[in-house]
Design a protein around this ligand. Sequence first.
Ligand SMILES: [Zn+2]
Length: 349
Amino acid sequence: MVRTPRDEQRRRALDPDRIYGRGVLAEESASWGPYSLITMPEPWAAARPMLSVQPEQIVMVSTMERQAVDRLAAEFPEDLTIVGLGGGMAMDMAKYAAWAQDKEPILVPSIASVDACVTNSVAVRDGGKVRYVGFGVAKRLVIDYALVSTAPKPLNRAGIGDILSIHTGCWDWRLAAEQGEVTYDEAIADAALGWVRELEARADMVREVSDEAIRWLFEAYVGENALCLQVGHSRPEEGSEHFVAYCVEHLTGRTFVHGELVCLGVLLMSRLQGNRPEWVQALLDTTAVRYQPADLGLSRDVMEQALLRLHAYVIDEGLEYSIAHETPLDKDNVARLLHGLRLAPETHN
Ligand SMILES: [Zn+2]
């Protein structure tokens, strides 16, 4: 089997082949040939009547634990096209299975809240930690508004988390550069922040989850992924706001809607950075995304523990330099960060 030349693959990663529309899934599925479908029960139920050709094989994915993923990846016949249909896990499993066979998957996201269909590595869990493996590009992205609109609106709105994270991510990137940890690329950061400005202009449309908003969210992911590829790391979109999310997940052992927890992280870290926190909160409220700790089932006790532990957590985990490294939090600034937020009631066992 001939490997795709590296720079051809990179060119396509910067600008992946993609189609948008209402009802495009019917026509697209007719062109796949015999295929294996990697999906989950809900997106499969929604998509089934939209497909004009049914899959030869259906594989439900329920975990991205490394061992399970490797077992599953061995089950796909070489002669079938690999199609991933669903949320982040289905996208990642399809990328992984295709990568293992040295081919490219067709990706059909059923939700606008995850960028896994445009990112190139695969997030697998190994002993409770997330590792990124492989490098893959979709052969084609199929975004059918009819399918994505079947997902609950709050889940689609959560897609803004990984766009808004640019606001705090770039601030941390600049801070790290001032510490001599990394080089700050003004042009890349400006281009990334351009997506945040566009988000502000589209906040009402995101609230409605219109077809145009769905298209814009995916285009923003493509644009953001291209900037990260150009600069060779994910600092333009990942900083302390993500670290807050990881720390909360680590502390609670729960899984969250990624974008919602990241939105909360953006608000908290923008407060700590002194980086236009009122503007951030107004934008979050306009889009109607869920970000309040109460909406995420997070009590004052849990939030305090997470924020007090954040500094040690980012150092223990070897995460890249950010405001969370720079400023250890004490009870006073934790109270300031949580001021005015709605918190879930404490649960006592
Ligand atoms: Zn993210």
